[in-house]
Design a protein around this ligand. Structure first.
Ligand code: 5GP
Length: 215
């Protein structure tokens, strides 16, 4: 058994990362969502333990001190991190865990979990990105400007990723990310043991068949 495939979705706020992750997790029994810890307060409708683990700064600090986070970053003045605990829960190699994190976090995952697959989600346009952020209603105008500034620097990181997907039409984006996931789950290095077992079984059967037909 090896670790679950970590599929990281990063990119600017308003790019649709959370929605894409949620859609895939809802569709696929083999996909889980890595619930991050954060010090930011919940938005209306967000559930503790499902959307985020909402923690105090002290609690976050404790997670850091006990090496409880695979990666972490400060985003817009709040702390966010991926608890290692969530990563250990799935042990089936065909399973995957989706991480909705920022670019700083994605870089740390690449370093610490080399098998992880990094997908960069690009909003189709600045207008659409702003519209999505406004629809969410969680930001005032200075907050929006701050997210736009972060987006500008995050967009420069796109080339570091394994895959880049422009989130033009949600359904198509979900299909594309799922295709990436499906392909990566079949990567030979990932399924080596299973492949060896199956090919050995096939070879044995073929050899037996050949031997039988020559007698
Ligand atoms: P929001 O406050 O809008 O939910 O998230 C702000 C940013 O933090 C988003 O880009 C989101 O992907 C990122 N984020 C959420 N959880 C994590 C995490 O665990 N680690 C890192 N590095 N970023 C995260």
């Amino acid at each position: 058994m090896n670790d679950p495939l970590l599929l990281v979705l990063a990119g600017p706020s308003g790019g649709g990362k959370t929605t894409v992750c949620r859609r895939i997790v809802k569709k696929r029994r083999d996909a889980g969502f890595s619930v991050s810890a954060t010090t930011r307060p919940p938005r209306p409708g967000e559930l503790d333990g499902a959307d985020y683990h909402f923690v105090t700064r002290e609690e976050f600090q404790r997670l850091l001190e006990t090496d409880g986070l695979l990666e972490w970053a400060e985003v817009h003045g709040e702390l966010y991190g991926t608890p290692r605990e969530a990563l250990g829960e799935r042990t089936d190699p065909t399973n995957c865990l989706l991480l909705d994190i920022d670019v700083q976090g994605a870089r740390q995952v690449r370093e610490r979990a080399p098998g992880a697959v990094l997908v960069f989600l690009v909003p189709p346009s600045a207008e659409e990105m702003l519209a999505r952020l406004r629809r969410r209603g969680s930001e005032d105008e200075p907050g929006l400007a701050r997210r736009m500034r972060t987006a500008l620097s995050e967009l420069e990181a796109a080339a570091e990723f394994d895959y880049v997907v422009v989130n033009e039409v949600l359904d198509a984006t979900v299909r594309t990310v799922e295709s990436i996931l499906e392909a990566e789950l079949h990567r030979a290095s990932r399924v080596r043991d299973d492949v060896l077992e199956r090919t050995a079984g096939l070879r044995k059967a073929l050899e037996a068949d050949l031997a039988g037909s020559h007698t």
